[in-house]
Design a protein around this ligand. Sequence first.
Ligand SMILES: Nc1nc2c(ncn2[C@@H]2O[C@H](COP(=O)(O)OP(=O)(O)OP(=O)(O)O)[C@@H](O)[C@H]2O)c(=O)[nH]1
Ligand SMILES: [Mg+2]
Length: 326
Amino acid sequence: MVVPANLTPQYRAAESRYKAARSAAERRAALEEMLATIPKHKGTEKMQADLKRRLARARQEEETRSARHGYTVKVEPEGAAQVVILGPPNAGKSSLLAAFTRAEPAVGEYPFTTTRPQPGMMPYEDVQVQLVDLPPITREHLDSWMPNVVAAADAAILAIDPTSSEVPDDVEAVRERLAGVRVQLVGALPEDGDPRDTYLPTLAVITKLDRARREDLEVLGELYGGEFPLVSVSVATRAGFEAFKVAVWRRLQLLRVYAKPPGKPADRTAPFVLPEGSTVLDLAELVHRELAEKLAFARLWGGKLDGQRVSRDFELRDRDVVELHG
Ligand SMILES: Nc1nc2c(ncn2[C@@H]2O[C@H](COP(=O)(O)OP(=O)(O)OP(=O)(O)O)[C@@H](O)[C@H]2O)c(=O)[nH]1
Ligand SMILES: [Mg+2]
């Protein structure tokens, strides 16, 4: 084959990834990238056709492999917490990732655009929350590696498209499929849940607010607003952006605490992040095991307290400043 000289560096990078690929999934991803970055003109038509053929083959191989062996995927957690974005096809999941993080996922007006997990970091005040965009879930379709990835997250966003004619049936399908693999999307954690189930605190997010009809928003609000915390956003107009970030953070039920070395100002740049209900002792353990063992007392700034001594089982609040004395 005569290789045209105008192949881009992106194409060449993808091609070398293709050559080095050791799995069908890697081959498929590299081929997708090659197809996306190959210059589209007459001189490359044959190559494009060849890439499409190879891509179809790699996709098929990947599918049979994952069906047979159920290959596993793990999304390395980063930041204060990991939140998975779930929902039916075309609900606007990848658009949320693109709007709130620096990730650049494929966004398409057709269903099943996303086929692999894609993480991105969402800044919220002085912390970062990891959002993970995932393929859609339907009654017929749930990637075999998805249950593990979803169950490992700290919370979920359930994307609801108010302009879809399938809603809310398609949203219920998502919940049912996940319940079938013992992942329950919940508004509140149950008092005595089934130990075989993973309960995922969930935030309902109505997408495409700019296109929604008022009466559909009302119906969906009634349907999901009672069960889950609920926000509505538009990535087109950026309506609801601030509320979205606050709601994601609240959903995680975490608190930020600033540790202060005695006699020095608090390090305000990097808070320690702990679950709500954590105590001064929990913080000491996070800072240093040894410090926890010989913790004598702590002083605390925040709320009505201005440097007073508190006991080791004092419950911390978001944004408290704590000075630990060993
Ligand atoms: N007007 C408008 N369109 C939106 C908004 N959010 C997403 N869309 C459009 O909805 C379509 C689907 O968006 P995606 O983000 O790819 O949806 P998805 O849920 O990731 O889709 P799959 O990966 O196929 O499941 C695209 O055409 C987007 O441009 C929005 O806030 N307003
Ligand atoms: Mg997508």
